[in-house]
Design a protein around this ligand. Sequence first.
Ligand code: GTP
Length: 426
Amino acid sequence: MIFGNLMFIQKRKLINLGGLQSWTRAIATQQKFKDKVIIKVKGGTGGAGCSSFGREKFVPYGPPDGGNGGDGGSVYIATRPGIFNNLSHLLSHYKADSGTNGKGGNCHGSLGSSSIIYVPPGTIVKEIKNLNEEEEQGSSYPVQWVQRPGNERLPKVALEGPSFEEEAERQAQELLHSKSPPMDPYPIVYSMMDDGGKPRILCRGGIGGFGNVHFLNEKNRSPKFATKGLKGQSKVFELELKTLCDIGLVGLPNAGKSTLLNSLTRASSTVGDYEFTTLQPHLGTVRLISDNHIPVSFRLADIPGLIEGASEGRGLGFEFLRHVERAKLLCMVIDISPRAKISCTEAFQQLWKELEEYNPDLLKRLSVVIANKADLSSQKQLQGLEEMVFNKRRTIRVIPISATQRQGMDVLLRCMADAYSNLSVV
Ligand SMILES: Nc1nc2c(ncn2[C@@H]2O[C@H](COP(=O)(O)OP(=O)(O)OP(=O)(O)O)[C@@H](O)[C@H]2O)c(=O)[nH]1
C-alpha cells in the first residue's frame, strides 16, 4: 500500500515537470502493450493409483480393488477475438490441475481440470524448450511405485520366469502405452487465426497411476502395489502477436488518429493536442452492415505517430514500423488544417517516403488517405492533396473528414469496408 502511494506521488511529481507534462500524462494513462511474451506451461500431474483389498463380513481377505488415479488436466491455447488486443494480459506461468488419487472399492480419482489460455487472432505460438525432455527420452515411461513391488512375501515354491518386480514393470509399461495420447509435433508451432476459438494443445496432463487391481496375475494373487501418476508435460513457449489489426491508421503525430479511432469504435485511445500522445497501438472493432446487407467487421488500430527518419530508427522508429507491418491494410491520416506543422502535401510525401524506405511492400497495403480536420481547412488544401495522391497512385482514394465533428464518417467507413472485403476475397 505504501509502495502504491509512493508510485502515485512520483507520477504526480513527474506530471508537474513543466515541459515533460504532456509526455508523462500520456505515459501515466496508457496501458502496457506487449506483443511478445515467454510463458512457462505445465500440465497437471496424474493422481496415484491405490493399493487396497476388499474387506467384507466373512471375507477377511478379499480381492485387490484399488482404483486408478485421475489423469492430470492439460493446458490449451485458443483465440478470443475482440476481447484481447495484445498479449499484456498473459501471466508468466500456467498450470493445469492435478488428478486426484484412486481409492479402495475400485473408486477412480477425478480428472484434473484443464485450462485454456486465450490470445488474440494473429498470435504465433512457438515451443522453445521442453523441460522434461530427459525423462521423455526413450520409449519407456518413468514409472514410480506407490509401494515397490517385490516387497511382498514371496511364495514358498520358487517361481520360474521374471521376478515380481520385472513383471510389474512390464505390465505398467504396457498399461501406460495403451493409454498414451497421440504424439504431438515437436516443436509445437501454431499460427493462431480467427478459427472460432478451437483450442489447441500446449501441454498434456500426466496419465493417472494404476491401482493394484491391474497387477493381479497368475503368479501374484495379492499385489500390494500401485503406480504413481506421471508428471504433466512442462514446456516453455514464445508467443508473438504477428497480425495486429486489419486496418492500421498511420500518420504524423497530432494528425488525429486517436480521435478518429475513438469516434469509429468504442476504443478509448488518449487524445491530446501534443505530439506522441499515443505511444502504443490501440485497437477497436468496427462493425457495420454493407450495402449488400452483409455484416462486416474489422479491427482498426491507431498506430503511434510516424516522424521523418523513422525508417532509420528516429522517434518511435522501428518500434512504430514493426506495428505498421502487422496491419493487413493501411490508411494514412493527414492533418489538412492550416494549423498543421507542415502542409498536407509535405506530410503525405514524408509518410510515403518513410514507408517506402522501410519496406516498399507496405505501400501496396495503402488503400485510403484520410484528410482529417476538414472543418478547419479550405478546399484548396484538399485539392492539392488529392492531386498529389492521384499522381502517386490512382487507385488510392482521398476522403475528407472531421474526426471531432464526425463528418464524412459514412463515406470513410464504406470505403474501408470495401477495401477490407476485397482483401478478404483475395
Ligand atoms: N478541429 C479538429 N481537431 C481535431 C480533429 N481531429 C483531431 N483533432 C485534434 O487534434 C489533436 C490531436 O489529436 P489526436 O487524436 O491525439 O492525434 P494523434 O494523431 O493520435 O496524435 P499522436 O498520438 O501524437 O500520434 C487533438 O487536440 C484533437 O482534438 C478534427 O477533425 N478537427
